[in-house]
Design a protein around this ligand. Sequence first.
Ligand code: SAM
Length: 281
Amino acid sequence: MDSNPATTWGIGNYSSMARRLMPVAEAAVAAAAIRPSDRVVDIATGTGNAAVLAASRGARTTGVDFEPVMLSLAERRATESALAIDWLLGEATSLPLPDGCADVVLSVFGVMYAADHAAAARELARICAPGARLVLAAWMPGTLLPAMGRVVGDYLPTPPAGSGPPSRWGDPEAIDAILASAGLHVTSAVSHRLHLDFTDAEAATALLVDSAGHVVAERDRLHAEHRWNDLVADLRAFVDRHGAVDTDRFVLTSDYLLVTASTDTVSPTSTEADATLQPGR
Ligand SMILES: C[S@@+](CC[C@H](N)C(=O)[O-])C[C@H]1O[C@@H](n2cnc3c(N)ncnc32)[C@H](O)[C@@H]1O
């Protein structure tokens, strides 16, 4: 796999964030109740968190991502764990996979970043075999990463127009509509809370900066414009507002929505779906 960045996701040190997101991949894989007979596709797999877990349960697993740097890290990780996983370079809105090839479709903070939400949902539906299960995790609106996006947005180029903020995938009503537009049915939508522990606020700020490729990509320009230190100072103030000291640790929390969905034509009533919605834990 070519390891030159094709997108800003391949710049910076995303792996350090990916390690901290493992509990979310574990929750997604558990929610999918993966069996060895399942064919699993992990969309926007990144460094392969969910794909590695699925493959370690014996499932035939494919990880797809449009960033070659991520795939080369994922490939190395699978090799080190002696796991056979197919890694495919591909865009979430035009997956390089045949119709009906997946019994389980996973995407952890992945498909939410596709520019065209309806097209991405159509691709999720297209690769589902009859009766397939989907499990998607997405940051909820206003939580840590979406809020950080607003802080750094003042310093970054305007992103291309898309279907709307990625956190729509973490909004229960919006995700219901996005998936319904592709004939998929939400069967549960549960909010969870992820805790990120650091030695102090400075270490938290450093991780948020270093793992954000779209921020790192602008560092030289912002240095030249004497604005880089302002960006870091704004982020540090943001981290101070969002975090909390817990004995000798500094903790950031972020809520995400874990959505299960299916291709089945019998949709749960909205009350059933709502009943599984809990405030962040
Ligand atoms: C926040 S990372 C999540 C990675 C991984 N799923 C995890 O849990 O750590 C987002 C990933 O989505 C990929 N990605 C973003 N937009 C994509 C698109 N339109 N098509 C395919 N991959 C995409 C990025 O390259 C990156 O690896």
